[in-house]
Design a protein around this ligand. Sequence first.
Ligand SMILES: Cc1cc2nc3c(=O)[nH]c(=O)nc-3n(C[C@H](O)[C@H](O)[C@H](O)COP(=O)(O)OP(=O)(O)OC[C@H]3O[C@@H](n4cnc5c(N)ncnc54)[C@H](O)[C@@H]3O)c2cc1C
Length: 388
Amino acid sequence: MADTKYDVVVVGCGPAGSMAGRSAVLNGASVLIIEKKSAIGIPNHCNECIAAPHLWEERLGFKLNPSVYSQRITKFTIVAPSGEMAPPLENDCIMVERNIFDRALAEEAVRAGARIMLNTRVVDVVKEGDAVTGVMVQRGDVKEKIGAGVVIGCDANNIVAQAAGIQGPYNPSHWLVKEFAGVKGQDPETCYTYMSPRFAPELHAPHMPKGPDTANLSVGIPQGHDLTLTDAYDELMKHPTVKEFFGDASPVRISGGTAPGGGLWQKPYGNGVMLAGDAAGQMWEANGGGINPAMMAGHFGGEVAAKAVQQGDTSEAVLAAYHEKYLSTIGKTNAIQHEAKELLDRAIVSDELIERAVTEIGKELVGLYTYARGYTDVVRDWLEEQKA
Ligand SMILES: Cc1cc2nc3c(=O)[nH]c(=O)nc-3n(C[C@H](O)[C@H](O)[C@H](O)COP(=O)(O)OP(=O)(O)OC[C@H]3O[C@@H](n4cnc5c(N)ncnc54)[C@H](O)[C@@H]3O)c2cc1C
């Protein structure tokens, strides 16, 4: 028997967890969000670029204080190893101060009526038969059971899925992120993405301006690859365009992080349990955007969980509505991004191929990488021609 019980227990207070907690409470549930860290949003290990607020605020039903945002991003381009740039494609994005942004989302959840428990690690789920009925938490040396109508795992693939017996693809990459001051010559509204297997095998190195002379610059490497992150970063700094922009700059933040990769989980729910955000592989695979899908997934998950508890049926048949809602909305972008990632993997095999792609189908390559639709056919045909 659990010591305390909530209708919905959310594990993890990132964007998915805050939005799951907020939405569940707004749909009538009592909610506890459990977070292992002592401060939400810290450390910040992000490139900090998201879709512009007007594209998601209305659906979520709140506006954040403008202080959480820094620089508008209106264009994306891809930079070839020689420095040749693809024609920039318009897009509507914004840079966030991730530590403040995540805390602001948590504040929205609390404002709505959710409780947050910090410094508390979920170490297992509690089960009755094959149904999840709570979590086991640890604070210092003290272990405690907390009961739940539904547990929502927003823990970025840490414990809930594994403990609940839910599986999905997981192909992680590891990242080194540096935030610089003293950047020269960049267009602050343009996100530049450098591609080369020499410094970002199967991935990319985004340069995201945060102001006229500040920017995030990062590299990622798939798990198990021989290249080290520091060697990859050193190689990236030799790129002619990077040298031009960052030659006189200095880092003001260095951090690392792991991105899930592998794509959407087919069944991110079970009896009494669901997964949202990175825990469910919802990060967009081609460009690595995970904040917006995590927020939306949490929003849908919280709503479905609260209603299931009210109906007295938290079986997987009822919780499946969450995944259907996700797939029929923002999940459509996941499908396009999955296809885009496969094509980009085929293009990022040599500097020579990337060089030609940027020159010959640059616009389409940028289209694939960003959220834009309708570019896959041109890139696929072009890749086929290269084989011939
Ligand atoms: C280097 C890097 C750069 C990125 N840049 C961008 C970007 O520019 N734009 C973008 O949209 N996305 C970006 N992403 C992806 C984005 O950060 C994630 O997709 C997003 O944070 C997912 O949100 P989430 O809530 O699912 O998980 P998270 O934000 O990871 O939150 C999970 C929370 O769960 C907590 N937790 C984990 N285990 C437990 C446990 N056992 N008990 C209690 N709490 C637990 C963690 O402490 C954490 O607070 C980047 C990722 C990386 C690695």
